[in-house]
Design a binder for this molecule. Structure first.
Ligand code: FE2
Length: 293
């Protein structure tokens, strides 16, 4: 779906906060993002996810997929930490820490919301019940709430042990290329490059691939693996759904900051999408090769 400039830009012009020429310039930039980034095949035509959603993946394909995802999930922590360290403002650093701390097991705290009663403490940190909203500030840390541990529990059902998952050595070259590009571009010390990569990652995530993965896994679970916990994937789908709406606001905010550089932003975004594409292409080639072996 192409990006659309929100109505609030007109409000900002009317209030004199920005000029009409600036608003036009922003509109032209959004059009460029639509042309240069949103048409990337990883957003418009993710072959692996489209195939996976049909529910035809067998146990070996699902195992391979879960292992590669676990490598991405763990190595992503490095990129996210770099993003924290390289943040251009305290606010940016905190926004990055929200993601990092939540990844490693800090449950979001939603002030004002009645906390869900957890009668069975063993379930604390279970993605089926932890919040997708709120802040890690004041949140509770639980080992079991680490996203990697959610994947470990999935792996258990597929006979994958702790040392079969999440390490660099378990990654295929295309998975590792993706993870290394995340560190280099998403975690870049050049703020415009990093912001372009962030924007790209957010749009990729908002393009609906979590739903396709959930659909495929759900079919596999029903067909041959009733014990398989899917909450890692359903939790991420829920959080992305909320986040998708903020992407445009964030771009608008960023665009009018003094150091914004269109070319660097677009370059970071484009290169990051190519990195993401490598991950899915690797998975797609693996499943095609498996089908003919
Ligand atoms: Fe995660």
């Amino acid at each position: 779906m192409p990006l659309k400039v929100s109505d609030q830009i007109r409000t900002r012009v009317a209030s004199g906060e920005i000029t009409a020429a600036e608003a036009d310039r922003f509109g032209a930039f959004v059009a460029t993002c639509n042309r240069d980034l949103m048409t990337h095949p990883v957003i418009t035509n993710n072959r692996f996810c489209e195939w996976f959603a049909r529910g035809e993946a067998d146990r070996d394909i699902v195992r391979h997929f879960v292992v590669q995802f676990s490598v991405f999930s763990n190595l992503f922590l490095i990129a996210q930490l770099q993003k924290c360290i390289n943040a251009g403002s305290l606010e940016g650093m905190r926004a990055s820490k929200e993601i990092l701390a939540n990844e490693i097991g800090v449950i979001f705290n939603k002030p004002g919301a009645a906390s869900k009663a957890v009668s069975d403490t063993d379930r604390e940190g279970d993605p089926a019940i932890v919040s997708t909203e709120g802040t890690v500030d004041g949140g509770t840390f639980r080992f079991a709430a680490a996203h990697f541990e959610w994947l470990l529990r999935m792996g258990e059902v597929l006979d994958l042990g702790f040392n079969d998952m999440g390490k660099r050595r378990h990654g295929t070259p295309s998975t590792l290329f993706f993870c290394d590009q995340l560190s280099a571009i998403y975690g870049s010390d050049d703020p415009n490059t990093a912001e372009g990569a962030s924007f790209a990652v957010e749009n990729w995530a908002a393009a609906g691939f979590w739903k396709q993965l959930v659909a495929g896994l759900d079919a596999f679970k029903k067909r041959e693996c009733p014990q398989l916990p899917l909450a890692f994937f359903t939790w991420h789908d829920r959080i992305e759904e909320q986040h998708a709406g903020h992407v445009m606001d964030e771009l608008e905010e960023l665009y009018f900051t003094p150091d914004f550089d269109e070319a660097k932003f677009l370059d970071g975004g484009r290169r990051m999408l190519d990195g993401v594409q490598a991950f899915w292409t690797g998975l797609n080639e693996h499943r095609i090769a498996a089908a003919y072996s």
